[in-house]
Design a protein around this ligand. Structure first.
Ligand code: SF4
Length: 472
């Protein structure tokens, strides 16, 4: 993964398949989406009642054979979570639960509400809501307080909540998933042959469990999953899809399908476009593994320069951004990457990465490559500069921490020690994706936010977010 990409993600999954081992299906689906959240994992399974298991840690450490074997039922939801410093505690692991009618509702959420204060105030009479520490718990509390079956409750809840949300939820009677009217966070529907149906943040989960991709859950849609079919309810009119463009740039796994195409192909085309816009005289193109690799291959092909691995990644070190403070992140670069000196020595390199957010680690990579014998390092970034913070579930930091918001390209090149630096243009990015800009949230690149923000952005930054509490 990249060294300085945006932080904060979550992944959700849900399955209705009474003849199958739904806990094991959920386990493997979550495992395939581990890249979306490495801090905690959990699942809820419905048999005669709702059983929830959630814990800090990776999917493979949270669940073992005995715990999976004990989780029997007809349907299940699962969640993987990443959050920033201060939120690494069991309380914020998901699924979250709230008492509802004669039982329990359990919920997994990817995204970030922007009206948590108002929602909390609306739920003042509900003692559970007052105790809520995250906006995900507020959604669960709103669902619990709403009348009717779970789908009806979700329809009412969607009228109350504002922001980015892809949600899976269940109670003793039903399993649902719903997506905000802008569809900022991805959510896809899959089919398990004749056995049942599932939804996942990313289609790579379907590959993992032998399901086939059917379609995306539409913005503003609620789907009710049953073994024998899917019922669809249009709860809110879509405001027009606004998928997070960073899913294409960085977050999603390259083999996932988003907006009608594979992410890997989009990233390769970003590299091709970057080579056209910002060529460099060089001997070798290298990508920072893994997220820079497709764009590096695209750049090399378009530029007619050889491509090679030149940096080996230690795959047993997580994304550098899971480190809780900057000091550890700096150490993490050397823990994570090792240069191949005999490949690098004496070469002019083009080094491709997907993004620079804070810029705290790129300089160390350049230094590492120079120490390994590179004579020039031309940094090429397959996305435009990140200029604005994100309020929709991604930890894009304060504006003061965004290097491109405070320094021009020449200054950043100088700060990193790179021979040259260039970013992909906004138009170039969109042309590489190949679908209209109107279908995407690009707010962190343009400052044009598709969903209303609270009056005080600072206030929001101290609120609970979808995946934990954001520490300013
Ligand atoms: S602001 Fe950026 S990171 Fe946040 S949802 Fe929009 S495109 Fe994605």
């Amino acid at each position: 993964m990249s060294i300085d990409s945006p932080r904060e993600e979550c992944g959700v999954f849900a399955v209705a398949a009474p003849t199958r081992d739904v806990a094991r299906l959920t386990y493997f689906a979550l495992h395939s989406m581990q890249h979306r959240g490495q801090e905690s994992a959990g699942m809820a399974v419905v048999d005669s009642g709702v059983t929830v298991v959630r814990e800090l840690g990776l999917v493979a450490t949270v669940f073992d054979e005995p715990s999976l074997s004990s989780l029997t039922g007809d349907f299940a939801i699962g969640h993987v979570r990443y959050s920033t410093t201060g939120a690494n505690k069991w309380d914020n692991a998901q699924p979250v639960t709230s008492p509802r009618l004669d039982g329990l509702v359990a919920l997994g959420h990817n995204g970030n509400l922007t009206n948590s204060d108002e929602l909390r105030a609306d739920l003042m009479d509900d003692r559970r809501a007052l105790e809520a520490g995250t906006d995900s718990e507020l959604i669960a509390a709103a669902l619990a307080a709403a009348p009717g079956d779970l789908a009806q409750a979700a329809a009412q809840t969607m009228q109350q909540i504002v922001g980015a949300y892809s949600v899976v939820a269940l109670d003793e009677h039903s399993l649902i998933a719903f997506r905000d009217p802008s569809g900022v966070r991805p959510l896809s529907l899959g089919r398990l042959g004749d056995d049942g149906w599932c939804v996942a943040s990313e289609t790579c989960a379907f590959e993992q469990i032998g399901a086939t991709y059917e379609r995306e859950v539409e913005p503003g849609e609620i789907v009710v999953l049953k073994a024998d079919g899917v019922a669809s309810l249009r709860a809110m009119p879509s405001t027009g899809p606004k998928l997070c463009i960073f899913e294409q740039i960085y977050f999603a796994r390259p083999d996932s399908v988003l907006d009608g195409g594979t992410v890997w192909q989009r990233r390769r085309r970003m590299g091709e476009q970057l080579a056209v816009e910002s060529p460099a005289e060089a001997d070798l193109v290298v990508g920072l593994p893994d997220s820079g690799t497709p764009a590096a291959i695209g750049f090399a092909g378009a530029a007619g320069i050889g491509y090679s691995e030149a940096v080996v990644r230690n795959r047993y070190v997580g994304r550098s951004f899971i480190q809780p403070d900057q000091t550890l992140r700096r150490q993490g670069v050397r823990l994570k990457f090792s240069p191949l000196e005999d490949v690098i020595r004496g070469k002019r390199l083009v080094v491709v990465d997907d993004s620079i957010v804070r810029g705290t680690t790129m300089g160390q990579v350049v230094e590492m490559l120079m120490e390994a014998g590179a004579t020039e390092v031309h940094l090429r970034i397959s996305s435009p500069p990140v200029l604005w913070p994100c309020f929709y579930g991604i930890d894009m930091a304060d504006r003061e921490q965004l290097i491109a918001a405070n320094h021009d390209v020449d200054e950043i090149a100088s700060m990193t020690g790179a021979t040259s630096l260039a970013y992909l243009s906004l138009d170039g990015l969109q042309s590489a994706i190949g679908t209209p800009a109107s279908g995407y949230c690009r707010a962190c690149l343009t400052g044009e936010y598709p969903i209303a923000l609270p009056e005080s952005a600072d206030k929001l930054r101290f609120e609970a977010d979808a995946c934990g509490r954001v520490e300013a």
